[in-house]
Ligand binder design. Structure first.
Ligand code: SF4
Length: 388
């Protein structure tokens, strides 16, 4: 298969996010669980014989959700709830969410009261990640395991969970391989395509995703690229939602090449594996404990002390820049995303201290009005070209 055909396939899948899951359910007769982004342990759902599907909402205008949620709820939450009210999730057997932020917690509670599903699982993740909270996280994973076993009638054996973790680790390895090609050969794969490929992987059975990713990587390795000079950048932000494709295309049309990112539909999805040593549930708990710094959780080293504005998340972004030999950062600030907005203050300060040029862009749900951003992106790209 050619690269263009493969990318069109991923694009179509992302355009109709739940079509494949509905078809899978029809064919297999098994359960489909909608998982609110992000960080839900898909491996556990898979090990129960069900299909975990990420709930990204849709690109449709938000027409129903505002009657139910506060209008200053973030767009990811509003779009997801809008999709629910429009019936896009009707075929699903249940909903599961990890409380990554207050907005998710709030809208999930409204959802449960408004439109209860037969299976509705809310998982708590400690905000403080250290040894003192690990037992609680383990209990939460065990509670999820029991709920899924009850729903599906399948016992999640250590062996089944181990195999599921291995499959997801393989998928993460393949995403890393794809990202590595993108970093080594800027221009080989656009940022919008990369985000759609990774997001599509969360909408289909993991086994299919592994097959497709292997094919794609082999196609990319053989593909020639134009040798034009491009400015290497990192994209950070958008904790849960997939960024607008036209916006990402616009960045690249001005000669910027995204060589790494911190997106959930990007580098964050594949950054760390679940290390299987002994008990697989413990391995899942440890993967949360050892996760990358994120705007939605805090590690002991991140606690602010008086006069100390150390920010592990900012350090992580700066490390991506240095490691990828990038020249600048574009920061996508999803409107009303409180966790990211709070961290943005530190990120901005740290990038200034390090002398790394950055461009913050406020984004919203669905197609972003590009005209208002075009001049700023163009000026930023030109400034980089002139000064580098
Ligand atoms: S992390 Fe941000 S974008 Fe994600 S649900 Fe919470 S507020 Fe919304």
């Amino acid at each position: 298969m050619k690269k263009g055909e493969m990318l069109t396939g991923f694009k179509t899948m992302f355009k109709h996010p739940y079509r494949r899951a509905a078809e899978w359910k029809r064919i297999t007769g098994k359960k489909v669980i909608g998982c609110v982004p992000m960080y839900f342990p898909d491996e556990m759902v898979h090990a129960a014989g069900a299909l975990p599907v990420a709930l990204f909402g849709s690109g449709e205008p938000i027409s129903h959700a505002d009657a139910h949620l506060m209008t200053n709820a973030c767009d990811q939450v509003r779009s997801t709830f809008d999709s629910l009210l429009k019936g896009h999730y009707d075929f699903m057997d249940g909903v599961a969410a990890l409380h990554v932020c207050d907005q998710v917690r709030f809208f999930i509670e409204v959802w449960q009261l408004d439109r209860p599903f037969p299976f509705f699982h809310q998982m708590w993740r400690p905000f403080k990640m250290d040894g003192s909270t690990r037992p609680f996280l383990l209990k939460e994973l065990e509670r999820l395991k029991s709920s899924l076993e009850k729903l599906t009638g399948n016992q999640i054996t250590p062996q089944a969970l181990r195999e599921s973790i291995e499959s997801y680790n393989e998928s993460r390895l393949l995403i890393r391989a794809m990202n590595d090609i993108r970093s080594r050969r800027p221009g080989i794969l656009g940022a919008a395509d990369t985000a759609r490929i990774i997001a599509a992987g969360m909408l289909m059975p993991i086994e299919e995703n592994i097959t497709l990713m292997k094919q794609l990587i082999s196609v990319l390795e053989r593909e020639a690229i134009d040798g034009s000079e491009r400015t290497r950048i990192v994209v950070a932000g958008h904790p849960c939602a997939v960024p607008d494709a036209d916006l990402l295309d616009m960045l690249e049309n001005y000669g910027l090449s995204v060589i790494d990112d911190d997106l959930f539909s990007g580098g964050r999805r594949c950054a760390t594996d679940v290390i299987l040593e002994n008990d697989p549930v413990e391995a899942l708990a440890d993967s949360y404990m050892n996760a990358l710094p994120c705007t939605t959780h805090h590690f002991p080293s991140a606690w602010m002390k008086s006069g100390d504005d150390h920010s592990p998340y900012s350090d992580h972004v700066i490390e991506m820049v240095r490691k990828g030999n990038a020249e600048a950062v574009v920061i996508l600030r999803m409107m009303y995303c409180d966790p990211f907005d709070l961290e943005f203050v530190f990120l901005k300060k740290r990038l200034e201290e390090e002398g790394i040029p950055f461009l913050p862009l406020v984004t919203q749900h669905g197609p972003v009005p590009l005209e208002s951003l075009r001049t700023r992106v163009q000026a930023f790209a030109e400034r980089l070209k002139t000064h580098l």
